[in-house]
Design a protein around this ligand. Structure first.
Ligand SMILES: Nc1ncnc2c1ncn2[C@@H]1O[C@H](COP(=O)(O)OP(=O)(O)O)[C@@H](O)[C@H]1O
Ligand SMILES: [Mg+2]
Length: 597
C-alpha cells in the first residue's frame, strides 16, 4: 500500500485537472447509459400503448430524437474532449514531476551508489518504469473509476427493473472478479520479477554499447552476443510465466462473461412467460447486462496494467528512498573563505567492511602551499582525496577545514572551494566551450581563453575543426587522453578554486607538455593550495611537503631533500625511478646508435 501513499502527493497536485476530467468522463459514460431506458420507454409507453394516436406517437418519437441529438452533439462531444484533455494533461504533469524528482535523486545519491549500480539500470527508472506509471494512471484515473461508477449505475438501474435478475447478474460478475483477484497476486510477483530483470537487461545492454569498441579490439563480440542470449532466455522464462497467468485470467473471465447474458436471458424469459416482467423490461435488462460486460472486461483487462504500474511505482519510490549518507546537517555552515588549513585527524576509512583502506591518517595542509602524496598504486592516495571532497565520509577520525569538521559545511560551499583533475576525467559530449562552462556558467571568452592558455590547451582547441564549438563526443572520445586532461585542467583553472587537487592529472601528457603544464601550475598565485598525486616523482620534487603513503598509512613526510636523507621508502621509490629513467635513456641511445651504424 505504501507505494500508493507515496504517489498520492503527486496526484493531489493535479487534483483539479482530474476532477475536470472526471466530470467529463461521467457525462461521457452516463449519456449512453440512458439509452436502454429510452428504448424501454419507446417500447412500453409508445409502441405498445394503445391509447396514443398515430400522430401522437410520431410526434413523441420526433421529440425524443431531437433531445437525443442535442444531448449527443452539444454535451457528449465537449465532455469527451474535456475528459481526454484534462486526464492526459494531469498524467503528463505527474510524469514530468516524477522525472524531475528522479533526476534530483540521481544528483543526491552517494558516490558509492554509482560504483554499485549500472547507469543503464538507473536509466530504466526514467523511461521504462515511468512510462508504466503512465499506463497505470490512464487505467486507474481515466478508466477504472469511471467503469466502477458505470457499473454501480447500471446495477442501480437494473435493480429498479428487477431485483432477482440483478442479484443473479451481480453474482455472475462477482465470480469473475474473484477469479481475477486470486490470480492477480501471482501476476504481481511475476511482473515484479520481469521488471527487475528488464532493468538488469538494460544495464547490460547499455554497458555493452559503451564497451562496443573494446569488444572489437578483443574480438569478444561473440561472447557478448552469447551473454545477451543467456539474458534474453532468462527474460523469456519470466515473460512466459507472466503471459500464462494473464492468459488463464482473461480466458476464464471472458468465458464467464460470454455466458452471463445467456443465463440472464433464459431466466428473464421465464419471468416474462410467468408474466412477472414486461417485454420492454426484458429488452432493457438485456441491454444493461450487455452494458455491464464492458466495464467488467475493462476492469479485468486493466489488472495487468495496474499491476505493472504498481510494481513500477514501488521501484520508483524504492529508488527515491535510497538512503543518502553523504548529506548536509540541518543548518550547514557556509565555507566562505578558506583561510588557514586542512587537517586530517586520525582518519580511518574502508569502502567495504572487509578491507581497511586508510588507517589512522593524520596530516595538516596549510593554505597557499603545495603538497604531494606519493606511493605505490592502491596505497590509498586517491581515497584521501575522495574523503576531502566528501564523496565518502570517514569511518573514524575527522577532517577539518579551518578548524571546522567538513561535515558541517554545506556541500556546495565545500566543493566550490575545490577543483579536481584526475587521470580519467569525465567530459560531456557537447562542445569544448560547453564543457569549460560547467566550471563557470558566466565565464567570458577572455576568462575561458586565459584558462585554456594556462593549461596549454588553447592552441590545440583553436586547431579543432570548429575551435571552441567543436563537439567532442561522448565522454570526450574525439580527444586524445592528453587533450582531455588539458581541457579538464583548463576547466579547473576557470573555476579558480582555492584548493586545487591534481590526481595524476598530467599522466597522459608527454614529458614536454607535462613540464609546461607543471610550470603553469607552479606559477599559480600563492593563495592557492595545491594537492598533487603523481606517479612520476620528477613532477612533485618542488612540493613543500611530500607525504609517502603505503598500505593506507603515511609512513614518511617532508620535502624532497629531507625525505632522501631519511634513506627510507621514499628514497627507494626515487632511486628505482631514477634508475628506470636512466635505463630508458640508455635504451633510447642504444637504439639510436644502432640506427646510425
Ligand atoms: N570505489 C571503491 N570501492 C571499493 N574499493 C575501492 C574503491 N576505490 C578504490 N578502492 C580500493 O581502495 C584501495 C586504495 O585505492 P586508491 O585510493 O585509489 O589508491 P591509489 O590512489 O593510492 O592508487 C585499492 O585497494 C582499491 O582497490
Ligand atoms: Mg589513485
Amino acid at each position: 500500500m505504501s507505494e500508493y501513499r507515496l504517489f498520492f502527493p503527486y496526484v493531489k497536485e493535479q487534483l483539479k485537472l482530474y476532477i475536470f476530467g472526471f466530470i467529463g468522463s461521467l457525462f461521457r459514460f452516463l449519456i449512453p447509459l440512458s439509452v436502454p431506458l429510452i428504448i424501454k420507454y419507446i417500447f412500453d409507453h409508445l409502441l405498445q400503448n394503445k391509447g396514443l394516436s398515430y400522430s401522437d406517437k410520431i410526434e413523441e418519437l420526433l421529440s425524443i430524437a431531437v433531445i437525443m441529438l442535442v444531448i449527443f452533439l452539444l454535451l457528449r462531444a465537449p465532455m469527451e474532449y474535456a475528459r481526454q484533455y484534462f486526464m492526459h494533461k494531469a498524467n503528463n504533469n505527474i510524469i514530468k514531476s516524477l522525472r524531475i524528482d528522479a533526476f534530483k535523486k540521481v544528483h543526491s545519491l552517494d558516490a558509492k551508489y554509482f560504483t554499485e549500480n549500472k547507469s543503464g539500470e538507473i536509466g530504466t527508472r526514467f523511461f521504462d518504469d515511468i512510462e508504466k506509471i503512465r499506463g497505470f494512471m490512464t487505467a486507474a484515473f481515466s478508466n477504472i473509476w469511471i467503469e466502477i461508477v458505470v457499473l454501480v449505475c447500471v446495477i442501480g438501474v437494473m435493480l429498479t427493473l428487477n431485483i432477482q435478475l440483478t442479484v443473479l447478474a451481480v453474482l455472475l460478475v462477482g465470480f469473475q472478479f474473484l477469479i481475477a483477484h486470486l490470480l492477480s497476486r501471482r501476476l504481481k510477483d511475476s511482473t515484479r520479477n520481469m521488471m527487475n530483470f528488464r532493468s538488469v537487461l538494460s544495464g547490460f545492454i547499455f554497458e555493452k554499447i559503451q564497451g562496443a569498441i573494446i569488444a572489437k579490439l578483443f574480438s569478444s563480440e561473440k561472447r557478448d552476443q552469447k551473454d545477451l542470449h543467456r539474458h534474453l532466455d532468462a527474460y523469456e522464462v519470466l515473460t512466459e510465466k507472466n503471459s500464462r497467468i494473464n492468459a488463464i485470467m482473461l480466458s476464464s473471465v471472458n468465458v464467464l462473461s460470454d455466458l452471463t447474458p445467456f443465463v440472464i436471458v433464459l431466466v428473464a424469459s421465464l419471468f416474462v412467460i410467468e408474466g412477472r416482467l414486461t417485454l420492454g423490461s426484458l429488452i432493457a435488462f438485456f441491454a444493461y447486462v450487455d452494458k455491464m460486460r464492458s466495464p467488467v472486461a475493462a476492469l479485468v483487462q486493466a489488472i495487468p496494467t495496474i499491476t505493472e504500474g504498481r510494481v513500477a511505482l514501488k521501484r520508483i519510490f524504492d529508488f527515491f528512498n535510497t538512503p543518502q549518507t553523504i548529506k548536509e546537517q540541518e543548518n550547514p555552515v557556509e565555507l566562505k573563505n578558506f583561510s588557514k588549513e586542512i587537517k586530517f585527524q586520525k582518519v580511518s576509512f574502508s569502502y567495504n567492511k572487509d578491507k581497511k583502506i586508510l588507517n589512522n591518517v593524520s596530516f595538516t595542509l596549510e593554505k597557499g602551499k603545495t603538497y604531494a602524496f606519493v606511493g605505490e598504486s592502491g596505497g590509498g592516495k586517491s581515497t584521501i582525496l575522495q574523503l576531502l571532497t566528501r564523496m565518502y565520509d570517514t569511518n573514524s577520525g575527522e577532517i577539518l577545514i579551518d578548524g571546522v569538521n567538513i561535515k558541517e559545511y554545506s556541500l556546495l560551499s565545500l566543493r566550490n572551494h575545490m577543483g579536481i583533475v584526475t587521470q580519467d576525467n569525465f567530459l560531456y559530449s557537447s562542445s569544448v566551450k560547453e564543457n569549460l562552462l560547467t566550471a563557470k556558467f558566466d565565464a567570458t571568452d577572455f576568462e575561458i581563453i586565459s584558462a585554456t592558455q594556462k593549461a596549454f590547451a588553447h592552441d590545440f582547441i583553436s586547431m579543432l575543426p570548429k575551435g571552441y564549438e567543436t563537439e567532442i563526443g561522448e565522454r570526450g572520445v574525439k580527444l586524445s587522453g592528453g587533450q582531455k586532461q588539458r581541457v579538464s585542467l583548463a576547466r579547473v583553472f576557470l573555476k579558480n578554486p582555492s584548493i586545487i587537487i591534481l590526481d595524476e592529472a598530467t599522466s597522459a601528457l608527454d614529458n614536454e607538455s607535462e613540464k609546461l603544464v607543471q610550470s603553469s601550475i607552479n606559477s599559480l598565485d600563492n593563495e592557492k593550495t595545491i594537492i598533487m598525486i603523481a606517479h612520476r616523482l620528477t613532477t612533485i620534487l618542488h612540493a613543500d611537503t611530500i607525504f609517502v603513503v603505503k598500505n593506507g598509512e603515511i609512513i614518511e613526510s617532508g620535502n624532497h631533500q629531507s625525505l632522501l636523507s631519511l634513506n627510507g621508502y621514499y628514497k627507494e621509490l626515487y632511486t628505482k625511478q631514477a634508475e628506470q629513467n636512466e635505463a630508458d635513456k640508455q635504451t633510447n641511445e642504444n637504439v639510436r646508435s644502432r640506427k646510425i651504424s
